[in-house]
Design a binder for this molecule. Structure first.
Ligand code: AMP
Ligand code: ZN
Length: 471
């Protein structure tokens, strides 16, 4: 499989450290509010990546954190802790907020057929691991204590900006408008590993540490949670593109300084879902959630298809019109599959041919839009229904669009509707008319037709024989 690696800016052949187990880490949500459908685009594409790896034959262990402490309003360690903000907004405790929105996120994942990772660890579970890493970084001279906090010293690195050759002046993450500059920092992009001199009196969660009572910075959690469950070598680290800097850049800085060797080989970044007005956010305009889409009559699978129709490295623009197009496509797709009868033998050779295009699409940097065209190829293929259904069930291991389940449910509903409308007396009259016509007894045939018409029944003559419907 070829995957684009954000570090090398190239598509690279994916080769895991251990061919028997791919180790994958994904940054989880900050659980201070519902996830918006932009966040969920990232999780859908990461889910497709995991399933594609499994589809091509790898075993995968995927780990994800839940950020329930330390993620401040600005990614540059300034502003209020997002969790505290959420708790204040709802007049609840931070832990209540964390529990509630973790469950809400889990429910969204279920609705969107996003597999829950093998390990999901809340950040507040791993305080000892953070303290150990911070202590080691201090001992190694990669960190310093200033003004009550522990900072990572970015000047100790040979190369800090691993993803892009950023212009230091443009970045200035610590000196945004309206945000006080942290004068404890030796270098502009040094970041906090551990806060003890909290600027926020109402910080809810604090722990004892060698540097005083405090709480961890945001970045340290991903390094430690990944190492706790996946060891010192990571194959793939995934997240939304906004996480590349500073979050992932800082994760690499501290992890590799701590380990003394390379940490992660492939960096997979999902580009943003934007609204027509620009960046999607939780505070601006309509807060787009899966529940909101459902309340407007969209099956979550429609949103999943909408995401799969475009490549993960392209920005995707959300509009209701675009979503309507995905809905039309999904409904048509399911209606077509519902007409297939699971009868006859699967043609193994034909199936392999259909699978080839699908596999090539996945292997070419997870080209999901091409994978969807492989689905349409199946619908058009000159093969029996059993082979088509086998191919679709196989592709859906990765796409997870409920292709078979939704089609079966639709076929069942249609059969039930037909059964509910069944009327043996009318069937008998229609049959009698057919017999009369055969016997060239036109008067009798017309009489029956008129009698049915009076009862509100219209006869439709089709190549398969006469059918009827209520008018
Ligand atoms: P957060 O809950 O803010 O920590 O974000 C959760 C995930 O969503 C991260 O991987 C972000 O990079 C990603 N993300 C945030 N905004 C968007 C967006 N508009 N489109 C796609 N992914 C996003
Ligand atoms: Zn992370």
């Amino acid at each position: 499989m070829y995957l684009y690696n954000s570090v090398s800016h190239k598509k690279e052949l994916f080769v895991p450290n251990n061919p028997d187990l791919v180790k994958m880490y994904t940054c989880g949500p900050t659980v201070y509010h519902y996830a918006h459908i932009g966040n969920l685009r990232s999780y859908i594409m990461e889910d497709v990546l995991e399933k594609a790896l499994r589809y091509v034959g790898y075993n995968v262990k995927r780990v994800m954190n839940i950020t329930d402490v330390g993620h401040l309003a600005s990614d540059a360690d300034t502003g209020e802790d997002k969790m505290v903000k959420g708790a204040k907004r709802e007049n609840k405790t931070v832990m209540d907020i964390a529990r509630f929105y973790t469950e809400a996120f889990k429910a969204d994942c279920e609705k969107l057929n996003i597999k829950w990772p093998d390990v999901v660890e809340p950040a507040t579970n791993c305080i000892d691991e953070y303290i150990h890493m911070v202590q080691t970084l201090l001992e190694k001279g990669n960190a310093y204590f200033a003004g009550g906090n522990v900072y990572f010293d970015t000047s100790t690195l040979e190369k800090y900006y691993v993803f892009n050759d950023h212009n230091e002046e443009d970045l200035d993450v610590g000196v945004r408008e309206g945000v006080e500059e942290d004068t404890n920092k030796r270098n502009k992009n040094d970041f906090v590993l551990w806060f003890t001199k909290s600027k926020f009196e109402d910080q809810a969660l604090k722990w004892d540490s060698p540097w005083g009572v405090g709480y961890p910075g945001w970045h340290i959690e991903c390094s430690c949670i990944s190492m706790k469950h996946l060891g010192e070598d990571l194959d793939i680290h995934a997240g939304g593109i906004d996480n590349a800097f500073p979050h992932h850049t800082n994760e690499i800085a501290q992890s590799e300084s701590y380990l003394g060797h390379k940490w992660c080989n492939y960096w997979f970044h999902v580009h943003h879902l934007n609204t027509e007005g620009g960046k999607m956010s939780k505070s601006k305009g309509e807060f787009l959630t899966v529940s909101l889409l459902e309340s407007k009559g969209y099956d979550p699978m429609v949103y999943r298809l909408f995401c799969l129709q475009s490549h993960y490295r392209r920005n995707l623009v959300f509009s209701w019109e675009n979503l309507d197009n995905a809905k039309t496509a999904y409904d048509k797709l399911i209606a077509k599959i519902a007409t297939f009868k699971n009868e006859g033998e699967v043609d193994a050779e034909a199936l392999a041919k259909l699978q080839e295009k699908f596999l090539n699409a996945l292997n070419g940097d997870l080209n999901t839009s091409l994978a969807i065209t492989a689905v349409y190829d199946v619908l058009k293929a000159k093969v029996g229904d059993a082979t088509k259904l086998a191919a679709l069930a196989d592709f859906d291991k990765v796409l997870s669009l409920n292709l078979i389940e939704a089609a079966e449910a639709l076929a069942k509903k249609q059969a039930e509707e037909e059964a509910a409308n069944a009327d043996p007396e009318i069937d008998a009259l229609v049959a009698a008319r057919t017999e009369a016509k055969k016997a060239k007894n036109w008067a009798e045939a017309d009489r029956i037709r008129d009698e049915l018409k009076e009862r509100g029944i219209e006869i439709i003559d089709t190549p398969q024989g006469a059918k009827w419907r209520k008018v």
